[in-house]
Design a protein around this ligand. Sequence first.
Ligand code: SAH
Length: 347
Amino acid sequence: MKSNLPHFLALSFEEIEALGMKLGWKPYRIAQVLAWVYKRYVTDIDAMSDLSKADRLLLSESVTLAPLEIVSRQKSIDGTEKFLFALADGLQIETVLIRDERRRTLCISSQVGCTLDCTFCLTAQMGLKRNLRSDEILNQILTVQSLLSDDERIGNIVLMGMGEPIANLSALQKALVWMISQSGFDLASRRVTVSTAGMIPQIEKLLDGPVDVNLSISLNATTDAVRTLLMPKVNRLYPLKDLLAACRRFRLPPRRSITFEYVMLEGVNDSLEDADRLIVLTQGIRCKVNLIPFNYYPGAPYHCSPEAVILRFQNQLLQAKVRTTIRKSKGQDILAACGQLKGQFAK
Ligand code: SAH
């Protein structure tokens, strides 16, 4: 059923309060509705059993709470699940649930496609269809969490799905507020990570905005020549020197550090000279390096560096006291790993 009503997840706290006033509600009624949505993850107004039938009807005449429509749900042998969702206009996005022993991490999309044309990333091949609205960003969390049993609680959000999150900054910020506010999903802000290809002015706006979150920057190369090959649009606008100078300037919250993501591409950016340059580039920045083994997809122009090369690269950085981890890849068998997301096109 298509609805032209605004989505509840699109409303700010003030807008929800105003709606409550309009409906003639006492403030606690608003608190009840917020809890149903953000704490109990219901996607059906009729399930709000402590609201009278009349109040449920009033609410459903003002807003919708519809979950995203699931086009497909694939499960990897390692427990990772990839959801393909259809939006109201028929465009599709992907969301990935990553299961660790204890943790549940949701990798969410911020745009349908992407403008940045990074040459190693599958999403780039779609081009940008449009930005997601804040409710579409949040609805990925609500919809997936509503499908999980009570003992599975999404505790980490990474904005590493389709799109460049800070190219859609206002919707992103609106969604981030509900992710970490107490009356919202109430996630610890250190458990929410925004990953960016490195658009400096937007990073500054994000850091100056109302929410503190973790910042990951996709560095991926140690020379401008290679970075422009891999990330042509971003690196022409914001070359390495400017990006790292900005990182030295950023005012991070206490005890926060920047994570530099570095995708390991055989023969492209994985030499010991690269490791040495990376050590110099990151000097004086409170940071950590996360090496991402390249996830191959059919037709990809690159290959992943061999494991021994990745370990050698890590070792070189560790010896220079640069904190360096290697990302464990998940969901490869269902093309749900980093950089493997590409919504099917709706005709
Ligand atoms: N646009 C944002 C977020 C999406 S990409 C950004 O650039 O950070 C999230 C991460 O996946 C980035 O670090 C990117 O470098 C990495 N990535 C993209 N394609 C990949 C692939 N095929 N294999 C491994 N990592 C990939």
